[in-house]
Write a protein that binds this ligand. Structure first.
Ligand SMILES: [Zn+2]
Length: 91
């Protein structure tokens, strides 16, 4: 029977090969969920699935696309939004 803290399903079980050749079950933290577009709910590309502690150690430019609404809207929704803004500002 695993230790009480490993009985929870909040940790993922992975079969890992050890240096001696035997496989052993190890407990790994689950990845956080996918980032979604605020407009249509589609999966956002170019955003790594990192925990907060790992995300703070990488550059901001590697955490989201470097464009307007990058990391907030998907490419299609961002394009539409920018078009709308341009049309509104003309009047
Ligand atoms: Zn979208």
């Amino acid at each position: 029977m695993p230790r009480p803290r490993y009985r929870s399903r909040s940790l993922r079980r992975v079969q890992k090969k050890m240096p001696g050749g035997k496989t052993k079950q190890v407990y790994v933290k689950k990845k956080p969920g996918l980032h979604k577009c605020a407009e249509c709910g589609a999966e956002l590309k170019g955003i790594p699935r990192l925990s907060a502690t790992k995300a703070k150690n990488i550059a901001k430019t590697k955490k989201r696309p470097e464009r307007l609404y990058g990391g907030f809207l998907c490419a299609g929704c961002a394009r539409q939004k920018l078009k709308q803004e341009a049309r509104l500002s003309k009047d």
